[in-house]
Design a protein around this ligand. Structure first.
Ligand code: ZN
Length: 325
């Protein structure tokens, strides 16, 4: 088998500068100095212009101190982030009022897009920044109060810690492990599935959450048995991708089975289908089947098994494609 590159973005595109952001006064000084560029998030959407996230000069940011709005230091750019180049500090402004965001989009000639829409045109670096911003914004939104005592928590360390205003406990961003699996049969076909909320011709690799007390490999075996009744062996880890909708880290595996009958559980998975390489390439290029979009780990796993790039049908390569597991 050919080893296709697995991960679309193996290197970090932002330098997170953990020590710098933890220093006292870091965030107020950064914001007061206004030598940064801002990414705005409003209802999960950001400004996109010419196929890139539009990073704004602080001077044009809408004023506002509404509940839920906050700032996070995303990091400093590396060479990978076009068109700015390296060493630009990026700040996320999240929880922006939707009317303010819409007005700003209009004045800047940009559009407001969620990740699933935007990723159709973003490059890998901008997609990775959108992922990071979504992940940390989702965490802030869900952790405004202390899980121990219920008092309000206050952001620290550039937005990467929240501290309880009552008992002083620190709370760190969390991410929930989920496995996603390329299931390969004895005849080297791949098993892909689809769910109820998807278009009827869309297929992806199967996925599920890791439960407490379970290893990744055990989760792979259990989830696939539950979803399609297939018994797996020899799971092998291939790579990971943050998938913060709302808070997952997708851990990608390839695993094998001697079973050739797959029975969808009818709940999480409503259809399952085996594809040979030739069958999948033909079904995707003709538009009969739509698989996960580029820059998703699901697509990377499928193409890893396939041994190269699979060409989409021209009509299926639209912003409507969803991504991930
Ligand atoms: Zn507390």
């Amino acid at each position: 088998m050919i080893d296709a590159p697995l991960l679309p973005w193996p290197d970090a595109v932002l330098e997170r500068a953990t020590e710098r952001r933890a220093a006292a006064g870091f965030m107020p000084d950064l914001l007061a100095g206004a030598r940064y560029l801002a990414m705005l998030l409003s209802g999960g959407k950001t400004l996109v212009k010419d196929g890139r996230i539009l990073f704004l000069d602080p001077a044009v940011l809408p004023a506002g101190d509404e509940a839920g709005r906050g700032t996070v230091f995303l990091g400093s750019t590396t060479d990978a982030v076009a068109p700015m180049g390296p060493d630009i500090d990026l700040v996320l402004v999240h929880g922006v009022d939707e009317a303010d965001a819409a007005a700003l989009a209009e004045s800047e000639g940009a559009v407001l897009l969620g990740y699933r829409e935007a990723v159709a045109t973003l490059d890998a670096a901008h997609a990775a920044i959108f992922i990071e911003a979504s992940a940390i914004a989702n965490w802030h939104r869900g952790h405004t109060h202390c899980p121990r005592c219920g008092a309000e928590t206050v952001p620290e360390s550039g937005g990467w810690v929240r501290r309880c205003s009552n008992d002083g406990t620190e709370h760190f961003p969390r991410t929930d492990p989920a496995i996603i699996v390329a299931v390969v049969g004895a005849d080297d076909r791949i098993l892909l599935g689809g769910g109820t909320n998807w278009e009827s011709n869309r297929y992806s690799t199967l996925a599920g959450f890791v439960e407490p007390g379970e290893s990744l490999e055990q989760a792979v075996v259990r989830e696939i048995a539950e979803e399609v009744g297939v018994r797996l062996h020899s799971p092998r880890y291939l790579g990971s991708q943050s998938w913060p909708f709302p808070a997952s880290l997708m851990l990608g595996f390839i695993a094998y089975t001697d079973d050739d009958v797959a029975t969808p559980d009818g709940v999480e998975v409503t259809r399952a289908r085996w594809f040979s390489r030739a069958e999948l390439a033909e079904a995707v290029s003709s538009g009969e089947v739509v698989i996960s979009a580029r820059l998703s780990i699901a697509r990377s796993l499928i193409e890893h098994w396939y041994g190269g790039r699979i060409e989409d049908a021209p009509a299926s390569n639209t912003a409507k494609e969803a991504v991930g597991g």
